[in-house]
Design a protein around this ligand. Structure first.
Ligand code: AMP
Ligand code: MG
Length: 343
């Protein structure tokens, strides 16, 4: 299959492009599209055969639920039961945006392979003009995980999608680089209080500012947590060379690089602008140290850039856990499979 990539930044043929994407989706196939978090690989969420193609293209294990994307807030009521007052407040405050709400599922609409083994459904309304346009023209919900091969870092550019899925999907809508750069926050609204299952761009503090105290599950990326909690059943976001987290300490980084060089290793380092280390064979500066939002935006891109180097080991500098730092460390810790560099 030939994979076509079309830019939707350009105003010219936009309508034709959306019509083409809608046709492909209605013919039970998949389309990759940009959202404000990462690129998604969408299929009509009510069509089991279409959804099956997502798993095939990604090589994704089929027991991992997919998030359903909708174009208007009203649609939630078609697929979800027990929409609480707190859920309504969160939708009002953060939709469209990077927050997925898990509800009890209304039976008979969403295809069973979207939510294998659970009676809930995760739903969000993405805050990206291309995603919203596509959803509104399609007038159907889209099941859409990130548009990468399973295990790889999520795509933040159309080129990343092309690299992973070329020849496996018919169409990529290119809307430029994504803004948030990490997947949505996932919050389970079926528990009391609600539970954050996955940290993301909408932080715990932001959520608590709207609905009061919530709990956070144990895969929150704090440095003490056990690396292999149930939510971390599969390897994720992993570059090719082994990746280790390292403290944001210039002296320790320097010493680590020296030791690794003595062992004949080639070292790539991902870290803040301020710790740029000239001994590193490659240093990917991903933003100012106190600007975790920018660092989050650039993390996956940097992980993918490491694959273009000859590095035999990657060190990635930890951030603190304030704000988006929780989500940053959650993804980094999964990419590193919990490994921290110690000499
Ligand atoms: P991805 O599709 O790669 O963005 O990952 C989606 C993640 O959202 C899954 O791995 C789950 O952790 C979470 N998720 C989606 N739907 C549900 C659900 N119904 N119940 C619990 N977690 C969910
Ligand atoms: Mg993913």
């Amino acid at each position: 299959m030939e994979t076509i990539m079309i830019s939707v930044d350009n105003f010219m043929d936009k309508e034709k492009t959306y019509a083409q994407a809608v046709d492909i989706l209605k013919s039970e196939d998949v389309v990759a599209f940009p959202t404000e978090t990462v690129y998604g690989l969408g299929a009509i969420a009510t069509n089991e055969r279409a959804v099956q193609k997502i798993f095939e293209a990604k090589g994704r294990p089929s027991d991992n639920p997919l998030i359903v994307h909708i174009g208007t807030q009203e649609e939630v009521a078609y697929y979800a039961e027990e929409i609480t007052a707190a859920a309504k407040k969160l939708m009002g405050a953060f939709w469209p945006g990077p927050l997925t709400l898990v509800f009890r599922q209304k039976r008979g609409h969403i295809a069973p392979n979207v939510t294998p083994g659970v009676d809930t459904v995760g739903i969000r309304m993405p805050d990206h003009p291309v995603a919203l346009n596509l959803l509104r023209q399609l007038k159907e919900p889209l099941a859409a995980p990130s548009a990468n091969r399973s295990g790889k870092p999520s795509p933040t550019e159309a080129q990343h999608v092309k690299k992973d899925l070329d020849g496996r999907i018919p169409l990529i809508l290119d809307g430029g680089r994504t803004g948030v750069g990490l997947e949505s926050t996932v919050i389970d609204m079926t528990t009391e209080p609600p539970t954050i299952l996955r940290p993301g761009g909408v932080t715990k503090e932001m959520i608590e500012g709207v609905i009061g105290p919530v709990t956070a599950s144990d895969s929150q990326g704090n440095k003490e947590s056990v690396p292999r909690s149930p939510g971390m059943k599969y390897t994720h976001y992993a570059p090719e060379a082994p990746l280790y987290m390292i403290e944001p300490d210039a002296g320790k980084i320097d010493k680590a690089i020296q030791t690794l060089h003595n062992d004949g290793q080639q070292v790539a380092v991902i870290g803040p602008d301020e710790l740029h280390n000239t001994r590193a064979d490659w240093y990917f500066a991903i933003g100012a140290r106190n600007d975790t939002e920018t660092m989050a935006t650039n993390l996956y891109h940097a992980l993918r850039r490491c694959d273009d180097t000859e590095s035999t080991i990657i060190l990635a500098v930890e951030t603190d856990l304030a704000g988006v730092g929780t989500a940053f460390m959650n993804r980094l810790s999964k990419a590193a499979d919990g490994k921290r560099y110690t000499d």
